[in-house]
Design a protein. Structure first.
Length: 603
């Protein structure tokens, strides 16, 4: 019998089982196998997690991690997510009716978040979210089932000159104090401030950073235990110790970067790729050339003024890109996989031509992969990677949040279809189609600062059609993604309707049984579509999907004439949209490949 084999052999067998459910089913076969599987707090799930999700860094709570990652993977495959607004409790503070200070443009949220574990169990998880809301700093802390909101306010923080343009949450291993949170942010008036929270709504300014006179456009903080702050602008860069000994922190190194182009330009983005390398993207303000990304080395003696290398925005010289373009966002890929020998070698960049590009610093000048969207050509303003499995990109138009499969070898071997009957495995042979999500909730006409989204569509509301300015996720293993649109922050939780109804996940138990009707953050009904398969753009249709009301689907399902035909691989809240083109036909309808022609129609 199987249970009579040596424990080491049984653990090796368990390590080759394809799904978490197969491990659970094995443990249910008899008491002896159950005791082996449950030993050391279900440590046998460790080999499954590391094999099925090799590029996802996780906490060592292997059973809970396996349940969370498999549920999230299933939700991603089924295009299942729940969208809500992150809106703090109302504040009884008066501010001028024209709170934009004479400007009609709203604020662009900048977001940072992280999660950590303060105990020895999965339930000890703590999540912290911070974002800049005009000149006001919002923070939300969720721990032990309790959510605490805080706001850092200063006088006249509605003025555009005081807008927060960058925000960084220091991680627990970077903070000087074990209690509270330490946050560094940059304002439009060139102030860079570090504050510390000791209790809700109690913020203490710890230090400021002496920024030299001149252009200052972006900043970043390294992930090391002794973090460094990089402030860039005017073809110069200043490095500061985040934890300076004085209240006014002066740069420990200031370098004027080499300029071999002689073109008027500004710094667009700076990002630490590792503790010893930093990437800087400039934007040319004249001419028609493409501005490259420069990589600089940080040595014990300081920052080099000459770049180690530069990366351009085209892969083949025979296919030049016309027009002036630059990288708007840069994010490093961590070293959780053998694909990278050391941190900082691989990074993603989102370009103004609407293309995402993957770079390897060992291969100079050219990207190793490019990711195009043939439907939406908006600039990529924000990026977020999920291990080496996929990444998300925020577009500059139509509230479009794009998803891309990185398709890196060995990065995503798990599929929830392995746990189902062989008749459904034909789906695995189908080519994967990437998805775009329309973050287009109803927003108020002429809305004021710090105003929540309207709960009901009315005459004074319209669908958002602007940019997705920022993206953040608490960790690579988290099912939650935060997206910043104009004046609002949205929370997207990738969880399937079936998981909630069958209570497979405890992450969103409050959403069950229609309790969202009286929830302070109602569920948003959004649309999404699958992009054509690469190489078949002229024949593969763009399939537009619309989410049904969340509460009614949980109670009654998505059956009936309104829902249309069910399709394997989709969450039941989503149905094919019925945009009319020519003669109607029953069942599915092919929508026009260019959905821009329908921008004025409701989706």
């Amino acid at each position: 019998m199987l249970q009579d084999l040596p424990i080491e052999v049984i653990e090796q067998i368990i390590g080759h089982l394809p799904t978490a459910s197969s491990i659970v089913n094995l443990s249910r076969s008899n008491h002896a196998l159950h005791s082996i599987v449950s030993a050391k707090d279900y440590n046998v799930f460790r080999s499954f997690v590391q094999r099925a999700f090799p590029t996802i860094k996780t906490a060592p709570f292997w059973k809970d991690v396996a349940r969370t990652l498999t549920s999230r993977s299933r939700a991603w495959d089924r295009r299942a997510f729940i969208a809500r607004e992150c809106y703090p409790p109302p504040e009884n503070i008066d501010y001028p009716q024209n709170a934009h200070g004479g400007y009609t443009i709203g604020y662009h949220p900048v977001i940072d978040s992280y999660e950590t574990f303060e105990g020895s169990s999965w339930s000890s998880r703590k999540e912290v979210l911070a974002w800049g809301a005009a000149g006001r700093l919002r923070t939300r802390t969720t721990a032990n089932g309790q959510t605490t909101w805080s706001s850092y306010r200063i006088a006249e923080d509605y003025r555009q000159q005081l807008d927060i343009l960058d925000v960084r949450l220091l991680r627990p291993h970077q903070r000087e104090s074990l209690e509270g949170e330490t946050i560094v942010f940059r304002r439009a008036n060139r102030e860079v401030v570090k504050v510390h929270t000791s209790e809700p709504d109690v913020f203490t300014e710890v230090s400021r950073y002496a920024i030299p006179f001149g252009d200052f456009t972006c900043m970043d903080i390294s992930e090391s235990a002794g973090p460094m702050l990089a402030a860039c602008g005017g073809l110069g860069i200043n490095l500061y110790p985040v934890h300076g000994s004085e209240q006014l922190v002066r740069p420990m190194d200031s370098v004027k970067l080499e300029d071999k182009y002689g073109i008027l330009q500004r710094t667009r983005c700076v990002k630490f790729l590792s503790e010893t390398t930093i990437a800087i993207s400039n934007q040319f303000l004249e001419g028609a050339d493409r501005a490259p990304i420069h990589i600089y080395d940080i040595s014990p003696t300081g920052l080099s003024s000459t770049p180690l290398g530069e990366s351009n925005c085209y892969s083949e010289p025979s296919h030049p890109l016309l027009g002036r373009h630059s990288a708007n966002a840069i994010i490093p890929l961590d070293d959780a996989s053998a694909a990278s020998n050391r941190p900082g070698q691989m990074f993603l960049a989102g370009w103004s031509d609407g293309t995402g590009r993957l770079y390897d610093t060992r291969i100079p000048r050219r990207p190793v992969a490019e990711y195009h969207d043939t439907v939406d050509n908006g600039q990529l303003l924000s990026l977020l990677s999920i291990g080496h499995e996929k990444f998300l990109a925020g577009s500059s138009q139509n509230g479009c949040l794009k998803t891309y499969d990185l398709r890196m070898p060995g990065a995503n071997p798990y599929s929830y279809l392995d746990a189902r009957s062989s008749t459904t495995n034909v789906q695995k042979s189908k080519p994967r189609r990437d998805m775009n999500i329309f973050l287009t909730p109803s927003v108020n006409f002429g809305e004021r600062l710090w105003e929540s989204l309207p709960r009901h569509d009315g005459k004074r509301s319209h669908g958002y059609r602007g940019s997705v300015y920022s993206l953040s996720s608490p960790s690579p293993s988290s099912p939650t993604i935060y997206a910043g649109i104009e004046n609002h922050v949205l929370q997207l939780d990738f969880v399937s309707t079936d998981d909630i109804r069958s209570r497979r996940t405890s992450l969103h138990a409050d959403l069950y049984d229609g309790k969202t009707r009286n929830s302070p953050q109602p569920i948003l009904d959004l649309s999404c579509y699958e992009r054509p398969v690469k190489g078949k753009e002229s024949t593969d249709p763009v399939l537009l999907r619309k989410q049904l009301d969340f509460s009614s689907v949980l109670k009654h399902g998505a059956g009936g004439s309104e829902a249309g035909s069910r399709e394997q691989g989709w969450d039941e809240r989503l149905r094919l949209n019925t945009l009319i083109r020519g003669t109607l036909s029953p069942g599915r309808r092919q929508v026009e490949t260019s959905w821009r022609a329908h921008r004025g129609r409701p989706t």
